[in-house]
Design a protein around this ligand. Structure first.
Ligand code: NDP
Length: 327
């Protein structure tokens, strides 16, 4: 038997509770994992509170991220005792997820946790940090280099933005952080930003073709912010676009693309293939200073507390990451 958060639905609505389950109830999969930690992401908050249509079938165990040790495997890539990490793949939405002491999954979704991270640290990184690393890799693989000038990170105090600032600074880039929180300037500087701009400078509709400023951009905000960023990218520069904190709209023109060869690089963490996932986690293991991870901040809670924390998360009352110690 093992404990898990279970979301169910009946005629009266959604129920959420910590339940004792039999291992025989686990879904199909070729790798079984003793989960050590999970996280509480915004998507998990929507699933647990029922305030967003995240769960695709019931009963569901939420949790889009997990780290743990393989206890059974018929997948040739994984052996008993391997420590593995999972992000996305619809886990916690259509397949039972990480807010559980056990998980059974497709081995093809897993990667081995790179050396240098504890399970707790890996989950403090979570999908947000892994997405930041995918964005940095997208820029670097496009050919954006530190000697080409400033790079911009929008939504800089957020989960994605904070890790993007730290990784880009470590890779030698001059990082400009855009934030709506003037009080967090010291935090952003400690992460590695060389200067900070007010997000209001980017969030209103602007000219579609502006003075060239950015060699590259990591954008987790979308909408006018992304449009203004695209308008000021230097010749053959690029933006890695992963989020919609301001909005999912994008009103721009083709001018930056056809006159400056600017590239708009979409970043998806959920169905991202294994090779770029491994590269992103290797960058995190190599370049994300553990002191900075501590500065970004995370709180560790238990399974039962995660249900209440989901409400707080969706109500915007939580700062930093929430790691869930499922045991
Ligand atoms: P957070 O809520 O932690 O951070 C978002 C940041 O955006 C905030 O901290 C704030 O930063 C800024 N922001 C918030 N509201 C606005 C606004 N109205 N206008 C401009 N800026 C705003 O979220 P995450 O960092 O975890 O995620 C960021 C985005 O990336 C989300 O939209 C999320 O859905 C998406 N995402 C996408 C993934 C993918 O696979 N593509 C994976 C993970 C996340 P500040 O105060 O510093 O300006």
């Amino acid at each position: 038997m093992f404990s898990a958060i279970v979301i169910d639905k009946n005629d009266e609505g959604q129920t959420v509770s910590v339940q004792q389950l039999d291992e025989a109830a686990l879904p199909e999969g070729d790798v079984t994992i003793d989960v050590s930690h999970s996280t509480l992401n915004y998507k998990d908050g929507l699933a647990i509170t029922g305030r967003g249509p995240v769960v695709r079938k019931f009963p569901m165990v939420p949790g889009i991220d997990l780290v743990g040790t393989v206890s059974e495997s018929s997948n040739p890539g994984f052996a008993v005792g391997d420590v593995v990490v999972l992000n996305g793949w619809g886990v916690g939405e259509g397949h039972w997820g990480g807010l559980s002491q056990k998980a059974r999954l497709k081995g093809d979704w897993l990667i081995k946790l790179p050396a240098g991270f504890t399970g707790e640290q890996a989950m403090a990184v979570g999908t947000a940090g892994y997405t930041a690393a995918l964005c940095v890799d997208a820029l670097v693989n496009h050919g954006v280099k530190p000697d080409q000038g400033e790079v911009l990170v929008t939504g800089a105090t957020g989960g994605v933005g904070s890790v993007a600032v730290a990784l880009l600074a470590k890779a030698g880039f001059t990082v400009v952080a855009s934030s709506g929180k003037a009080s967090e300037a010291e935090y952003l500087t400690k992460l590695g930003a060389t200067s900070i701009i007010d997000r209001a400078d980017l969030s209103a509709p602007g000219k579609p073709f502006q003075r060239e400023r950015w060699a590259g951009v990591v954008d987790s905000v979308g909408s006018h912010t992304l449009a203004n960023a695209i308008a000021a990218i230097k010749y053959r520069g690029a933006v890695a676009a992963c989020g919609l904190a301001q909005g999912s709209d994008l009103a721009t023109t083709v001018m930056p693309f056809i006159l400056r060869g600017v590239a708009l690089l979409g970043v998806d963490s959920v169905n991202c293939p294994i090779a770029p996932r491994m590269a992103a986690w290797e960058r995190l293991a190599r370049d994300l200073d553990k002191d900075l991870l501590a500065l970004i901040g995370s709180k560790t809670i238990g399974l039962a507390e995660a249900i209440q924390a989901a409400d707080d998360l969706i109500d915007g009352k939580v700062r930093g990451r929430i790691v869930v110690d499922v045991n």
